[in-house]
Design a protein around this ligand. Structure first.
Ligand SMILES: [Zn+2]
Ligand SMILES: [Zn+2]
Ligand SMILES: [Zn+2]
Length: 136
Protein backbone atom coordinates (compact mmCIF):
# COMPACT_ATOMS: atom_id res chain seq x y z
CA UNK A 1 0.00 0.00 0.00
CA UNK A 2 1.21 3.52 -0.77
CA UNK A 3 2.35 5.54 2.19
CA UNK A 4 3.24 2.68 4.49
CA UNK A 5 6.92 2.76 3.64
CA UNK A 6 6.91 6.55 3.90
CA UNK A 7 5.31 6.45 7.35
CA UNK A 8 7.88 3.93 8.55
CA UNK A 9 10.68 5.99 7.06
CA UNK A 10 9.40 9.18 8.69
CA UNK A 11 9.78 7.42 12.02
CA UNK A 12 13.23 6.12 11.15
CA UNK A 13 12.08 2.54 10.80
CA UNK A 14 13.32 0.03 8.33
CA UNK A 15 10.50 -1.54 6.34
CA UNK A 16 9.71 -5.14 7.19
CA UNK A 17 6.69 -7.07 5.98
CA UNK A 18 5.44 -7.42 9.55
CA UNK A 19 5.70 -3.67 10.18
CA UNK A 20 3.90 -2.95 6.92
CA UNK A 21 1.15 -5.47 7.66
CA UNK A 22 0.59 -4.27 11.23
CA UNK A 23 0.50 -0.65 10.11
CA UNK A 24 -1.94 -1.39 7.30
CA UNK A 25 -4.18 -3.31 9.75
CA UNK A 26 -4.43 -0.15 11.87
CA UNK A 27 -5.06 2.04 8.84
CA UNK A 28 -7.71 -0.27 7.38
CA UNK A 29 -9.60 -0.99 10.58
CA UNK A 30 -9.45 2.58 11.94
CA UNK A 31 -10.59 1.51 15.42
CA UNK A 32 -8.32 0.50 18.30
CA UNK A 33 -6.90 -3.01 18.02
CA UNK A 34 -5.84 -5.46 20.71
CA UNK A 35 -3.02 -7.93 20.30
CA UNK A 36 -5.65 -10.60 19.67
CA UNK A 37 -7.38 -8.47 17.02
CA UNK A 38 -4.08 -8.13 15.20
CA UNK A 39 -3.36 -11.83 15.38
CA UNK A 40 -6.79 -12.39 13.89
CA UNK A 41 -6.24 -9.82 11.16
CA UNK A 42 -2.80 -11.10 10.21
CA UNK A 43 -3.60 -14.79 10.46
CA UNK A 44 -0.73 -17.18 10.77
CA UNK A 45 1.76 -14.90 9.06
CA UNK A 46 3.62 -13.86 12.22
CA UNK A 47 4.06 -15.27 15.68
CA UNK A 48 2.99 -13.53 18.87
CA UNK A 49 6.48 -12.33 19.72
CA UNK A 50 7.03 -10.71 16.35
CA UNK A 51 3.71 -8.86 16.60
CA UNK A 52 4.48 -7.87 20.19
CA UNK A 53 7.87 -6.46 19.21
CA UNK A 54 6.35 -4.55 16.31
CA UNK A 55 3.74 -2.99 18.60
CA UNK A 56 6.43 -2.04 21.10
CA UNK A 57 8.51 -0.41 18.38
CA UNK A 58 5.50 1.50 17.03
CA UNK A 59 4.68 2.72 20.56
CA UNK A 60 8.23 3.93 21.11
CA UNK A 61 8.34 5.69 17.75
CA UNK A 62 5.06 7.52 18.19
CA UNK A 63 3.11 5.67 15.52
CA UNK A 64 0.51 4.13 17.84
CA UNK A 65 -0.65 4.86 21.38
CA UNK A 66 -2.14 2.75 24.15
CA UNK A 67 -5.88 2.63 24.64
CA UNK A 68 -7.07 1.18 27.93
CA UNK A 69 -10.51 -0.31 27.80
CA UNK A 70 -12.46 -2.63 30.04
CA UNK A 71 -11.13 -5.72 28.29
CA UNK A 72 -7.51 -4.70 28.56
CA UNK A 73 -5.03 -3.00 26.37
CA UNK A 74 -5.61 -1.90 22.81
CA UNK A 75 -3.63 0.28 20.47
CA UNK A 76 -4.66 3.00 18.04
CA UNK A 77 -2.88 5.08 15.45
CA UNK A 78 -1.52 8.43 16.56
CA UNK A 79 -3.02 11.23 14.55
CA UNK A 80 -0.05 13.56 14.18
CA UNK A 81 2.71 15.31 16.09
CA UNK A 82 3.73 12.23 18.01
CA UNK A 83 7.36 11.29 17.77
CA UNK A 84 9.89 9.06 19.45
CA UNK A 85 9.17 8.98 23.23
CA UNK A 86 6.88 11.97 22.79
CA UNK A 87 3.19 11.23 22.70
CA UNK A 88 0.77 14.11 22.94
CA UNK A 89 -2.65 12.78 23.72
CA UNK A 90 -5.40 14.01 25.92
CA UNK A 91 -8.34 12.74 23.92
CA UNK A 92 -11.19 10.57 25.05
CA UNK A 93 -11.78 6.98 23.94
CA UNK A 94 -15.21 5.60 23.28
CA UNK A 95 -16.14 1.95 23.59
CA UNK A 96 -19.32 0.76 21.91
CA UNK A 97 -21.20 -1.86 23.88
CA UNK A 98 -22.97 -3.09 20.73
CA UNK A 99 -20.12 -3.65 18.24
CA UNK A 100 -17.35 -3.72 20.82
CA UNK A 101 -15.19 -1.26 18.91
CA UNK A 102 -13.12 1.31 20.73
CA UNK A 103 -12.38 4.54 18.91
CA UNK A 104 -10.37 7.70 19.49
CA UNK A 105 -12.42 10.86 19.82
CA UNK A 106 -9.52 13.03 18.74
CA UNK A 107 -11.33 16.32 19.14
CA UNK A 108 -12.68 15.64 22.60
CA UNK A 109 -10.22 16.42 25.33
CA UNK A 110 -10.06 15.04 28.83
CA UNK A 111 -11.15 17.78 31.26
CA UNK A 112 -8.47 19.19 33.51
CA UNK A 113 -8.42 17.34 36.80
CA UNK A 114 -7.08 18.88 39.98
CA UNK A 115 -5.12 16.18 41.77
CA UNK A 116 -4.63 16.16 45.54
CA UNK A 117 -1.26 17.37 46.84
CA UNK A 118 1.55 14.95 46.27
CA UNK A 119 0.03 13.22 43.24
CA UNK A 120 1.73 13.74 39.93
CA UNK A 121 -0.01 12.74 36.71
CA UNK A 122 1.90 11.04 33.93
CA UNK A 123 -0.83 9.61 31.77
CA UNK A 124 -4.47 10.37 31.31
CA UNK A 125 -6.99 7.78 30.22
CA UNK A 126 -10.68 8.35 29.86
CA UNK A 127 -12.97 5.72 28.43
CA UNK A 128 -16.61 6.40 27.77
CA UNK A 129 -18.80 3.37 27.18
CA UNK A 130 -22.04 3.53 25.24
CA UNK A 131 -23.40 3.09 21.73
CA UNK A 132 -21.55 4.41 18.68
CA UNK A 133 -23.19 6.17 15.70
CA UNK A 134 -22.94 3.02 13.55
CA UNK A 135 -24.98 1.01 16.07
CA UNK A 136 -27.31 3.75 17.19
ZN1 LIG B 1 0.85 9.26 20.05
ZN1 LIG C 1 -20.93 0.29 17.63
ZN1 LIG D 1 -6.64 7.43 21.03
Amino acid sequence: MEGLKETLKEHNLRTTTCREDVLSAFINRKNALSHGDLEGALGEAYDRVTIYRTLKTFLEKGIIHKVLDDEGLRYALCSHNCSEQQHHHDHIHFKCSACGETNCLENLHIPVVQLPNGYQAENFNLLIQGVCPKCN
